[in-house]
Design a protein around this ligand. Structure first.
Ligand code: SF4
Length: 425
């Protein structure tokens, strides 16, 4: 059978889609070049926000017409949404034929053979050993180091749909890294819901990074996501000492208000968070810091929202992923009687975005005149006469050049900047 995978959500899903491709290839199926030539269409989905789920349901509804022309055409739902509402969707007229949860991808071949319609059991031991992911990008690689989450932030659905935290064995991670580097991938991101709590038989995340930094060859090493409560001094030292570990950290703050942080069950205070930022900036010069923020959490007063804006002004993030609060049924925050009207959430979100745009522009403009190391990933979106890539500190850079530069490292001078792109030569 020819299959086509459409992936939504975070990089963890990108990485899982690569695993799914590996499982299907091993079972004798082939990747289709496009949906038109596919016999099976798999949607690897995200449940973090309502909007993400609606988008996938819209896409499935657009694709189910194919069953008329191709009666054997199958639609499979994978990932968080499968785990959360897949069984229900299977019972209604959505067009979905099979539903497979995050710990059940090994069962895909038998499910496609018609042995069952769904597989949704959590398996806290499943870390997909002995599988070689099929990298979907020639230049950027993702290596999953852990799966699941134990933190239960009150707004987040992840622990309910991805199960409990478990760390992958060091040997498997090392092998994945060596394969990726051998394939010429030069920018590798280690993935986990909370990489700072990686622990494999006593091997901590900082020590894991030190070991991976010693693999021979040129490559950049990144990691997401760090939880502020678990960000240790040792990790900061490793970031300082290890040449391949990039000068960038994504450290979700979510809110700058102490009461809201408590209600979110984040496990840190703003003071603790700020102290971590100061330490990072002291020890890793020029480190870029990015974050996630939520506007309009249940019960958030105007003053509490202002505290988040103040935190943004104080910390001056290089970039912030801003979201309005989205109720996820099954989470604690969704049961709160203090839900804010959509209009308030949207208005606060817009103020957050506007502020961050100003800060990002200032940060990006501060790069003008500097020479930055750019790993060229592709043509720029706007012109085939330009290529684009990322700096070590995770800023998008465009520079003039042709296809011959794609996949190479360039040292480029920053001539100008927008609030999202460095313009270089
Ligand atoms: S750390 Fe919190 S926000 Fe992140 S995945 Fe776990 S529960 Fe969700």
């Amino acid at each position: 059978m020819k299959y086509y995978i459409e992936t939504y959500g975070c990089q963890m899903n990108v990485s899982d889609s690569e695993l799914v491709a590996s499982i299907l290839n091993t079972a004798g199926h082939d990747a289709a070049a496009d949906i038109d030539s596919a016999d099976v269409l798999l949607f690897n989905t995200c449940s973090v926000r309502e909007h993400a789920e609606e988008r996938v349901l819209g896409r499935i509804s657009n694709e189910k017409h194919r069953k008329k022309a191709k009666p054997k055409f199958k639609i499979v739902l994978l990932g968080c949404m499968a785990q959360r509402i897949g069984k229900r969707l299977l019972e209604t007229d959505t067009g979905i034929d099979y539903v497979v949860g995050v710990d059940n991808y090994r069962q895909l071949p038998s499910i496609l053979a018609g042995e069952a319609h769904y597989a949704l059991d959590f398996d806290t031991k499943e870390v997909y050993r002995e599988l070689q992911p099929v990298h979907s990008n020639k230049h950027l690689g993702f290596v999953t180091i852990m799966r699941g989450c134990n933190n239960f932030c009150s707004y987040c659905i992840v622990p309910y749909v991805r199960g409990r935290e478990r760390s992958r064995p060091y040997e498997d991670i090392l092998q994945d890294m060596q394969i990726a580097i051998g394939q010429g991938i030069k920018d590798i991101t280690l993935l986990g819901q909370n990489v700072n709590s990686y622990n494999y038989n006593g091997l901590s995340f900082p020590e894991l990074l030190r070991r991976l930094n010693d693999i021979k060859g040129y490559y950049r090493l990144r990691f997401i996501t760090s939880h502020p409560k678990d960000l240790s001094d040792e990790l900061i030292k490793v970031m300082r000492d290890c040449d391949k570990v990039c000068e960038h950290i994504h450290l979700p703050l979510q809110s700058g208000d102490p009461e809201i942080l408590k209600k979110m069950n984040r496990g840190y205070s703003y003071q603790h968070y700020l102290e971590r930022i100061i330490s990072l900036r002291q020890q890793v010069p020029d480190i870029a810091i990015t974050t996630d923020l939520i506007a309009g959490f249940p019960g958030e007063s105007e003053a509490q929202f202002e505290a988040t804006l103040n935190a943004m002004r104080e910390i001056e993030y290089d970039y912030a992923f801003c979201f309005k609060y989205s109720e996820r049924s099954g989470t604690l925050a969704a049961t709160s009687a203090e839900q804010l009207p959509e209009s308030v959430r949207l208005e606060r979100l817009q103020r957050m975005i506007d502020l961050q745009r100003e800060i990002t522009l200032k940060k990006f403009r501060a790069e003008i005149g500097k020479t930055v190391e750019v790993f060229v990933e592709d043509f720029s979106k706007k012109s085939k006469a330009q290529v684009s890539g990322k700096t070590r500190d995770f800023k998008i850079a465009v520079l003039s050049g042709d296809a011959s530069l794609i996949g190479s490292l360039q040292y480029a001078k920053v001539l100008d900047a927008t609030s999202g792109t460095l313009i270089c030569e």
